[in-house]
Design a protein around this ligand. Structure first.
Ligand code: B12
Ligand code: SF4
Length: 652
């Protein structure tokens, strides 16, 4: 008998035709089919015991699973995805379940909105899965897999195995970027972002040697550009610099040094040592969440990293090292009125953000923004999207100082002006003139394929005016900063992608028209439960006492957090009607619940029976680790799942 096989699938990107990447990938000579190598799946493959053979299937590159005729028999299939991928993940699950294969789902999507997909997968993974995936396989082997595996605390990144790329090593040229992750977590907590809910505010990083090994492994299979897939590459400055110091000699030892990009917060601009190291490491781009030039909007959304200092001069500083800033900007905050569009336009010009990524504010489920707007009655279920996916297109919020039509229309108009070729050229020239320091990189790869594509565009796809603009940019680059040629090629192509998004425009215009004509009525998003403020307050008061009781009583200390989730959610589910406890009942009710639960877990042992010292040390440890917060989030998720089950019972 051969080895047991496991299949890991990355679903097709939903509504890919709306994105700028779509136009780029359709260009002649483009081998690229996907933005990033499937780092999640390669990590799960690496966490799989050697007794299994693991195959990776990335639909963006290899095609929809239905199109392949002869699938071998798999022991289990795993599907990944952002929230936006889940409808497709569900279809993939149906396909393999029909064939009798067990299907598991994991990733940030299912971790945030599991309650929408309760019966669509056989097994689900909430959170990071380096430890839970092998546990599941061991339990599957003896025929007793659980339905849900939840990783509560953060996984130490020293324990995260180096991704295994073997199964797709032959496909690398079809990816724009190879993925390596150096850290998880972000010390900030912006209102619209669920990074801290998913990965925690405590910043964790991988040992430098592991990162170097992962970079070298990708170079070996032909990858030329790497994206560090961190929430905030500059989350721990001294670690980031230690890493770069070691990465420079490794990179320079390659035949062609690799090019790097990453996501990071703007405060890195004040660290010249970091900037120099990054430039000499051949960093070409930082993706920076700038969000808004308006201080009140930044304050509103708790974008603290952007409140100090002057963003325009920070961006300029980064650019002076030849590193481009891919600014991400948002319109539609509560503090944004109709003047915001002009203000953003002027800001983009002043800071010479060559091809910024501009979006209308979205409230993805799992974020504090979602909670707030839902309570304020300002969340809608958009008919075109079904649910709030965070995908390009229309938003799920009702803005405060504009109508939805004004917000969507203002956004389209802003995009027209920003991605106008002449306006783009002004900014790109400005960036080139502002570049002062050439990186110390021994050899730069030329990327003739990109120039070939630009050549084709010049003669087939752009008008005379645009052709003149592109040629003048090339001339300026050659005279002012020739080392910038590969970067400029990438920037021109990206600009082209942004000017070729007709489907996105259509989708937004259609939505505006439907809403204005009254053909669709917007439904308020009311569904999913969130815990009452009253409960949250009591929770804060009682948490430590309850933690202590459970910790002291439980024989198996490793189960404390799981048991606490069961205690809180079990207690709430018992409170009828509507899961709202009567004031004054919390403490006694919860303690009683805990007593019974602990006794059950200890299989009969009494709560008072086992005594473990409880000192300040334990208290400060759980406070520092944010244990109360993560348990509260898990309790909330449990309640949403229970509510979804209740609804489906009522419906059937
Ligand atoms: C790199 C990155 C990008 C890149 C590349 C994206 C791509 N195409 O792959 C760029 C910059 C293009 C990007 C864009 C967007 N991104 Co992004 N991105 C990331 C980032 C920083 C790293 C992703 C990564 O590779 N992680 C490393 C792997 C190892 O982690 P992982 O995927 O979470 O996998 C672990 C677990 O989740 C689990 N797991 C995952 N899959 C599976 C499968 C199975 C079977 C199992 C058992 C376990 C499992 O195990 C893994 C190991 O622990 C994450 C944040 C983060 N820290 O992960 C955001 C993140 C994934 N992005 C996010 C979003 C929302 C977007 C955008 C939609 C933003 C926007 N509105 O435009 C776009 C959409 C782009 C698209 N459609 O592809 C969200 C997703 C939230 C959600 N609930 O779905 C995240 C989590 C950040 C955030 N909170 O805002 N992104
Ligand atoms: S700084 Fe970026 S990753 Fe961190 S919370 Fe804000 S948006 Fe999310």
């Amino acid at each position: 008998m051969g080895m047991k096989r496991i299949l890991l699938v990355a679903p097709l990107q939903l509504r890919f035709e709306l994105t700028q990447d779509h136009a780029l990938m359709a260009l002649p000579f483009s081998k690229v089919k996907s933005f990033l190598t499937p780092l999640h799946l390669a990590t799960i493959a690496a966490a799989t015991p050697d007794e299994y053979q693991v195959d990776i299937w990335d639909e963006s590159v290899q095609g929809p699973v239905e199109e392949r005729a002869n699938w071998p028999d798999y022991h289990a299939t795993g599907v990944t995805g952002f929230t936006a991928h889940l409808p497709r993940a569900k279809a993939i699950a149906q396909f393999f379940r029909k064939r009798g294969t067990l299907v598991a789902a994991g990733g940030p999507g299912i971790s945030s909105v599991l309650h929408w997909y309760l019966n669509d997968f056989d097994v689900v993974f909430i959170g990071e899965a380096e430890l839970t995936w092998p546990k599941f396989l061991a339990e599957l082997k003896v025929g007793r897999p659980q339905k849900t595996y939840r990783q509560l605390g953060p996984v130490s990144l020293a324990q995260s195995p180096s991704p295994r790329w073997e199964s797709i090593a032959g496909q690398m040229e079809r990816y724009l970027l190879g993925g390596v992750q150096t850290s998880r977590g972000c010390p900030f907590d912006c209102e619209f972002c669920d990074v801290s809910a998913l990965f925690g505010q405590r910043f964790r990083h991988k040992p430098v040697d592991n990162v170097l090994q992962e970079v070298a492994a990708l170079e070996k299979v032909g990858v030329q550009r790497i994206l560090f897939c961190d929430d905030n590459f500059y989350g721990n400055p001294s670690y980031a610099k230690d890493l770069l110091r070691e990465l420079i000699p490794l990179n320079n030892s390659f035949r062609y040094p690799l090019a790097f990009a990453t996501e990071a917060t703007i405060n890195l601009a004040s660290d010249e040592e970091f900037l120099e190291l990054a430039a000499d490491c051949n960093f070409r781009e930082f993706l920076v969440g700038i969000e808004s030039p308006r201080k009140e909007s930044l304050k509103e959304t708790k974008k603290i990293s952007n409140l100090r200092g002057d963003i325009v001069s920070d961006v300029r500083k980064i650019q002076s090292y030849g590193i481009s800033v891919r600014g991400s900007l948002i319109v539609g905050f509560d503090n944004d009125d109709k003047d915001i569009f002009e203000e953003q336009f002027q800001f983009i010009k002043e800071s010479a953000l060559t091809v910024p990524s501009i979006r209308v504010l979205m409230a993805p489920e799992g974020t504090r923004l979602w909670d707030r707007l839902r309570k304020e009655g300002r969340l809608v279920r958009t008919k075109t999207e079904g649910r709030s996916y965070g995908n390009p297109g229309t938003t799920n919020i009702i803005p405060k100082q504009m109508t939805r039509g004004e917000l969507h229309g203002g956004y389209l108009n802003l995009c027209d002006r920003v991605y106008d070729w002449e306006n783009f050229a002004v900014r790109l020239r400005d960036f080139l003139v502002n570049t002062r320091r050439a990186p110390k990189v021994p050899r730069q790869k030329k990327y003739w394929d990109r120039w070939l594509q630009i050549g084709v565009l010049l003669f087939t796809d752009v008008d005379k005016r645009t052709r003149r603009i592109i040629l003048s940019i090339v001339r300026l680059t050659l005279t002012r900063a020739p080392f910038m040629m590969p970067r400029v090629a990438a920037i021109i192509l990206r600009q082209y992608g942004y000017t070729h998004r007709p489907k996105l425009r259509e989708a937004i215009q259609r939505q505006i028209a439907l809403e204005q004509s009254g053909e669709i009525t917007l439904e308020a998003e009311t569904g999913d439960v969130s815990l009452s403020e009253g409960f949250k307050k009591e929770y804060g008061r009682i948490f430590e006492e309850l933690y202590r009781k459970v910790y002291e009583g439980l024989t198996e200390k490793a189960q404390v957090e799981d048991v606490l989730i069961e205690v809180f959610s079990g207690y709430l589910k018992d409170c009828k009607p509507g899961w709202i406890p009567r004031a004054g009942d919390y403490r006694s009710g919860l303690l009683e619940f805990a007593r019974v639960m602990v006794a059950e877990k200890n299989r009969g042992a009494k709560l008072e029976g086992v005594w473990t010292p409880w000192g300040d040390e334990v208290i400060s440890k759980i406070r520092k680790a944010g244990v109360a917060d993560r348990i509260l989030r898990a309790v909330e998720q449990e309640m949403r799942i229970a509510e979804a089950r209740r609804e489906s019972v009522v419906a059937s």
